[in-house]
Design a protein around this ligand. Structure first.
Ligand SMILES: [Fe+2]
Length: 384
């Protein structure tokens, strides 16, 4: 298998059977992929943990995904899974699945990956695989219409991680041995390009022999995991802009992570960021760990997503600037996706929106009561 017409990364996979031998193809009806524009324009707060208040038994990591935000370049969903998923591959692009919590394995045609809390699980486009949670797993799949890779500026012209990069080859964990299964008439769900919502449809292919039958492979294209604990935050005497937090990039979007770190150490520094307008991007923050008591006033908590769209300046809630003076360390973890094209809201996002969020900086909104939550307390977060 090769990317970009076999002019980019590729691998040779040695199959025991014939990888093209299918005996059936049926329609697979995907979960709702429809989206609603962010119009009229507002910053949004989506409470992902409210998507999963019941038992996750019967829910798997592939068919249980609920679309939260999406556009033609990237789709973000959320699922709390306990069951083994069907065999599956995404033929629209690479997947980067952030493991908010949980552990288990992912069986792929290249071998088996183990995953744990804080992992990004990178699955290249069209890699057949399935998810097997060992415990309930909270997953945040980021599905690209392109490839997802480390930023080019972290790499030498020959592809080695440079020393200034916040992680290196040692931190990427691929499969370590072949994983050969036997079977007949094995179903694989394939998400692929088509005329459905978002330009995506599904098919259910049945293979004559087991698709996970690779006895070995060679190459530089393979699935791997990377854990946020292995990301070495870059800090500065004064405020460092968001690109220092970048971990991966895809076409028209980036993935960054904000992790526990020493903050700005100039004696006159104000550690929270200035109000900023990321004019070309929509910003999506997924708050996954740390102390958010200090975010009172915004309603944001663990499990929250904030969407700060292009065309709207954002920053800390009022009074957070004073509160942050003298602070030396931020204990916070968040995963950020910035997109160059506007994001629309999926059904999962719309189902758990906090409508008061947009008015929390002013302390009042369009309703007679003044909107917001009326809390008015300080909020400290580095990239709210
Ligand atoms: Fe921002």
């Amino acid at each position: 298998m090769g990317e970009e017409g076999f002019s980019s990364d590729s691998s040779l996979l040695y199959h025991a059977g014939v990888p093209s031998a299918i005996v059936d193809s049926q329609v697979w009806n995907l979960p709702d992929q429809g989206t609603t524009p962010n119009h009229p324009l507002k910053p949004r707060h989506l409470k992902l943990h409210d998507l999963s208040t019941g038992s996750s038994s019967g829910v798997d990591a592939v068919t249980g995904r609920r679309l939260v935000l999406g556009n033609g370049d990237v789709r973000i969903s959320y699922v709390v899974a306990s069951d083994t998923s069907p065999y599956y591959r995404n033929a629209t692009g690479d997947e980067c699945v952030y493991v908010e919590a949980g552990s288990g394995t992912v069986e792929t045609s290249f071998g088996v990956l183990s995953y744990r809390t804080g992992d990004y699980v990178l699955v290249p486009r069209a890699t057949t695989h399935r998810w097997l949670p060992a415990e309930e797993s909270r997953l945040y799949p980021i599905e690209a219409s392109s490839h997802i890779a480390p930023p080019k500026r972290y790499l030498s012209r020959f592809g080695q991680f440079l020393e200034h990069a916040p992680y290196c080859e040692r931190d990427l964990h691929g499969p370590s041995e072949p994983f050969v299964q036997e079977g007949a008439d094995v179903e694989v769900l394939v998400k692929h390009r088509g005329s459905g919502p978002g330009g995506i449809v599904g098919s259910r292919l049945t293979y004559a022999t087991h698709p996970l039958d690779v006895v070995g492979w060679d190459g530089c294209l393979y699935p791997y995991t990377f854990n946020v604990e292995d990301f070495m935050p870059i800090t500065g005497k004064v405020h460092q802009p968001p690109p220092v937090h970048q971990v991966f990039e895809g076409w028209n979007f980036v993935i960054c992570n904000f992790l526990p770190r020493k903050v700005d150490y100039h004696p006159l520094s104000i550690p929270v960021p200035y109000y900023h307008s990321n004019v070309d991007s929509d910003e999506v923050m997924f708050y996954v760990g740390g102390d958010y008591e200090a975010r009172k006033g915004s309603g944001i908590n663990i499990g929250s997503i904030s969407l700060h769209p292009g065309g709207y300046a954002h920053g800390p809630q009022p009074s957070a600037l004073e509160v942050s003076i003298g602070v030396e360390y931020f204990d916070e973890s968040a995963v950020m996706v910035d997109t160059f094209r506007p994001l629309e809201l999926g059904e999962g996002g719309l189902a758990v929106e906090d409508p008061a969020y947009a008015w929390t900086w002013a302390g009042r909104g369009p309703d007679a009561e003044g909107g917001g939550d009326g809390d008015g307390g300080p909020a400290v977060f580095s990239n709210s």
